[in-house]
Design a protein around this ligand. Sequence first.
Ligand code: FAD
Length: 451
Amino acid sequence: MKIIVIGATHAGTFATQQILTEHPEYDVTVYERNDNLSFLSCGIALWVGDNVSDPNKMFYSSPDALAALGATMRMEHNVTAIDPVARTITATNLISGETLTDHYDKLVFTPGSAPVIPPLPGIQSDRVFLCKNWADAKKLHDNAEHINSAIVIGAGYIGAELAEQYALSGKKVTLIDAFDRVLAKNFDQDITDRVEQLYTDNGTHLALGQKVTGFTTTGKDITVTTDQGTYTADIAVLAVGFRPRTELLRGQVDMLANGAVITDAYMQSSRPEIFAAGDSAAVHYNPTGQDDYIPLATNAVRQGILIGKNIAAPTEKYLGTQASSAVALFDRTLASSGLTAAGAAARNIPVATVTIEQNYRPEFMLTTTPVVASLTWDPTTHQVLGGAFYSAHDVSMSANMISLAIQTKMTIETLAMVDTFFQPNFDQPINWVNAVAMAAVEKAKEAAPAL
Ligand SMILES: Cc1cc2nc3c(=O)[nH]c(=O)nc-3n(C[C@H](O)[C@H](O)[C@H](O)COP(=O)(O)OP(=O)(O)OC[C@H]3O[C@@H](n4cnc5c(N)ncnc54)[C@H](O)[C@@H]3O)c2cc1C
């Protein structure tokens, strides 16, 4: 069996590892455009803020490691065409310039995503930085010690983390987003209001609800113009999202409107010999039951493993995702899983929601601190659809509990009474996850029509 893998960061690396673990006799060739693989871009902002022990530890595999498993590694090779009928790919060796054609029985399509670069005047500038891969990371890190100010465009997780690290290292920071809240896709206003206060307290200027219209670069700085103002700094960093890099298969397999390859539960595309995973593929989003585009390493890793398990025959199904995620900003933990109220409204899904605030452990302890917990549920079935947490205490694992609740279609009534431990070092007699579910049950009773 001849397998070709296109792209090896997370999905391609895990797929290759799993294929060769399950089928050491398979002939696997990996094509990767970069000279490295398995880079954990989630560490970029931390590295920019000098909070990384050793940047080489931001890789968990290597071309040599995959070669040791039996893969033929074609690093610094760019795949330029796929012929799904002839089952061939064409690639260019980026060192020699040579072009080659290779044949596959099955194709693992994992070229991931590309940063969105809006076609705005002046955006092609040496003062505009991207934040995606190892090359971007090195540029951002090397540049950080030479700058006094930065404009970060995009207040999603990536922009939010970069802005925080720049602010903590004493730079003058402006954070711009077209949404009128930071982290607007991940958290509702009861939490984002608190986060915005943290940015302001740390000297970051928030330019929210503003659309960037252009860039002007001079010899010493860059000015970003929005529909409401102008901002000048040493550099601008673009973090406005990602698009699936799927041009090579356009028109050849079924895709979402944004180009993400749709797969079945075994990671097979509409051409069963072509498997897709990671940022180039759609995910099954359990809170809505729909295919969606949620580019996260968590999805890439699991989908990559599943390709390995299903490459010979459909064997193990993908469970879907709740898009669980977490971030630490200014010593606060933010974590969420599933739908927010705003996310549900954007998808026209009716939900009920409640937010509570309680100290994470009893007041008799020498210290304690509040946890803000939100829950979102289906008002008809009472199924849990989402949850979010914010605290100076590390409450990140609570999002994983909500993930389990969504995955298992748990109701708010069950989550309210599900067994959790109590011990005063760690939590209250009623843990905050049970507590927010209890508040949901009370709210649902109030909303129920009188008999
Ligand atoms: C700054 C940042 C922080 C993040 N933080 C988190 C986090 O904390 N948690 C989380 O879950 N996710 C996080 N993510 C998202 C996560 O990094 C992505 O979901 C993940 O990298 C997707 O992996 P992938 O292998 O599918 O795609 P990619 O990482 O996009 O890798 C695709 C690979 O394919 C190669 N390639 C593309 N086209 C070709 C071609 N034609 N020929 C040869 N090779 C090709 C590319 O060079 C690349 O190596 C973060 C992303 C960024 C950018």
